[in-house]
Design a protein around this ligand. Sequence first.
Ligand SMILES: Cc1cc2nc3c(=O)[nH]c(=O)nc-3n(C[C@H](O)[C@H](O)[C@H](O)COP(=O)(O)O)c2cc1C
Length: 337
Amino acid sequence: MYSTGKAFTKAKLKNITLNTRFVRSAFELFDSTPDAHVSDYEFTVYEELAKHPIGLIITAHTCVSPEGRSNDFQNAIWSDEYIPDQSRIASLIKAGEGKCKSALQIGHGGMKAENHNGGRRVLTPDNMTKEDIHSVREAFVSAAVRAKKCGFDSVELHGAHMYLLSQFFYPQFNHRSDEYGGKAENRIRITTEILTLIKETVGDDFPVFLKLNGDNIEEPERYFEDVIRACEILYDNGLEALELSGYHSSPRGDPKEPFFSENAARLVSVTNLPIIQVGGIRTLEQIEEILSCGVSAVSMARPFISQPDLIEHLAKGERAKCISCGRCGGNRGRCIL
Ligand SMILES: Cc1cc2nc3c(=O)[nH]c(=O)nc-3n(C[C@H](O)[C@H](O)[C@H](O)COP(=O)(O)O)c2cc1C
């Protein structure tokens, strides 16, 4: 039924093996209930996706702590109250014919939580005390513990797109002079500590992914060197794979080329850490080219909103139907095409 290309082969990533090299990138449907519970529509999205051979389905960005809620329709995993919702998502994915693995994406909005966190204090790298850092770290670890309880196969830390962990890693948002600011090792430290604590608490074999931006609009070369250094550190600390995104993560308009192929190819040539590339990928030809450079898997977000059966269409040589208009975001996760 499917193509014989590399995309349809298994991807072994340390403690997890994906049945295909297709990943559904995390995608907020902006459809939660006001108290951050999962809506009926959200459940159906995962049920539909799980029918298809997606190696890994990463859920929506799910918030680890109330002060980090970054929009009024974001799902939460900050207390046990949310375990039934998230368990149902994990079960729907597991039950699907697609034999997909699952990852709960967990994150904290940091400055993006302003006006969405019920008037709580907005945390930024610059205003956080060591106690704040410790409590955010604990919130991530508790979220990962819950994710495992819910039956997810893994978690992905949202370290991209200017959410809190990303703010720590971008020099323009982090002016700290202690061990959490300055050089790359320090700016990635909060993420590394969360990774290490999750592995210690949930189990060394519990897979953890990280989504990270690979580029910067300021001093791009210097930032890229820092990304390489971060990959070395994350690899040494047991990360399964890095999902590589970028500063302009989901520009509107039908993409001519995948957005981050150059950075991904450069990164795989210098790091042992498996790389998953995301952004603007729309054809099987592009996917095979990306994989031929040594990237471990490819990740797509908007195309799976318009076509949960995207893989079957790509396998027939079709281009994804998605035109990247981005209107699905404002339409509570529903494609307008
Ligand atoms: C409406 C919308 C919601 C998104 N939600 C998330 C999210 O929850 N977590 C995340 O890491 N990225 C999120 N993204 C970014 C996508 O995962 C992806 O990185 C980006 O859209 C580029 O991939 P694509 O061209 O295949 O859509 C979102 C993007 C859009 C447009």
